[in-house]
Design a protein around this ligand. Structure first.
Ligand SMILES: N=C(N)NCCCC(=O)O
Ligand SMILES: [Zn+2]
Ligand SMILES: [Zn+2]
Length: 323
């Protein structure tokens, strides 16, 4: 008989949810489930790529702490994600805080290892620099992927202080490197001042379509999600969520806040509307708990990661049924 491995969160009716060290959603650690998971949740404590307030290195653990209140059944997607698939917390990637190039290599190697094990990757924390190595790893496995990018910012700028790897530049590098399918690139939640109109011209030339924050308000999450689903089709999809896509009222704990953002309700509803998309991996970046209050930001982030892991778990279950 194969040994019965733990699966799913600690039972919060038996062990108080505030007890013990935090893993995402009180899930087992990867080493407790024999080192194999369908979805690996990984922290990325790295924030050397930021242009303004630092602190996103602490985002992953803040999200884990705030995720203690998540429950096993997700009514919005009518799914029990942690029963559908083995979802485990794989700990943190030890990225060098003093050397961005080396950190980018380390994140890529760690992501390669997770994807090679057959798992989908859900990363928590870090600044947006890390999307580049994560996309490299995903493209190595799946080929160029569709990208759905939630952010106040384009993050397709060229360099800062001459540096190529920063939190404002990952998606330009990703396009240059050919890791993205340029027929299916979307930003959602864009707003705020830019350096000049060329920012938008460059971005459009790279192939990005933009759903602004005001578009989401005017058209509503259902219509936006439908348009995104049509653009993505059946391509392998990577979702990158910069928590500053939310209004600072919904996510004060972040490094480059911009007024006029999405509500957490709008973000969660758009994500739920992606059901059926081939979500292969996702990141959730730019949570900087030092500027947070009452865990407003990390609670929103924990629910965002919950919707994303639910989408992935449903995909895992569907793929299992088909085979
Ligand atoms: N990726 C984030 N959060 N911010 C990018 C802002 C780049 C700038 O300082 O213009
Ligand atoms: Zn941003
Ligand atoms: Zn960003």
């Amino acid at each position: 008989m194969p040994e019965q491995l733990p699966r799913g969160p600690v039972d919060s009716s038996r062990v108080p949810r505030y007890a013990g060290p935090a893993t995402f959603a009180r899930l087992p650690r990867l080493d407790e489930v024999g080192g194999r998971a369908d979805v690996a949740v990984v922290g990325v404590p790295f924030d050397t790529g930021v242009s303004y307030r630092p602190g996103a290195r602490f985002g992953g653990n803040a999200i884990r702490e705030a995720s203690r209140l998540l429950r096993p059944y997700n009514p919005a997607q009518d799914a029990s994600p942690f029963a559908l698939a083995q979802v485990a917390d794989a700990g943190d990637i030890a990225a060098n805080p003093f050397d961005i190039d080396e950190a980018v290599e380390t994140v890529q190697a760690a992501a390669d290892a997770v994807l090679d094990s057959g798992a989908r990757l859900m990363t928590l924390g870090g600044d947006h620099t890390i999307a580049l190595p994560l996309l490299r790893a995903v493209a190595r496995k799946h080929g160029p992927v569709a990208l759905l990018h939630f952010d106040a910012h384009l993050d397709t700028w060229d360099t800062y202080f001459g540096a190529a790897y920063t939190h404002g530049t990952p998606f330009r590098r990703a396009v240059e490197e050919g890791v993205l399918d340029t027929s299916a690139l979307s930003h959602v939640g864009i707003r705020g001042p830019l350096y000049g109109p060329k920012d938008l011209d460059d971005d459009a030339k790279m192939g990005f379509g933009i759903v602004t924050s005001a578009d989401v308000m005017r058209r509503g999450p259902d219509e936006v999600a439908q348009q995104l689903r049509e653009r993505i089709g059946d391509r392998p999809l990577y979702v990158s969520v910069d928590i500053d896509v939310l209004d600072p009222a919904h996510a004060p704990g972040t490094g480059t806040p911009e007024a006029g953002g999405l509500t957490s309700r709008e973000l969660l509803e758009i994500l739920r509307g992606l059901s059926g998309c081939r979500l292969v991996s996702a990141d959730l970046v730019e949570v900087a708990p030092a500027y947070d209050h009452a865990e407003i930001t990390s609670v929103a982030a924990s629910h965002t990661a919950y919707e994303l892991t639910t989408l992935m778990a449903r995909q895992v279950a569907e793929a299992r049924e088909e085979s």
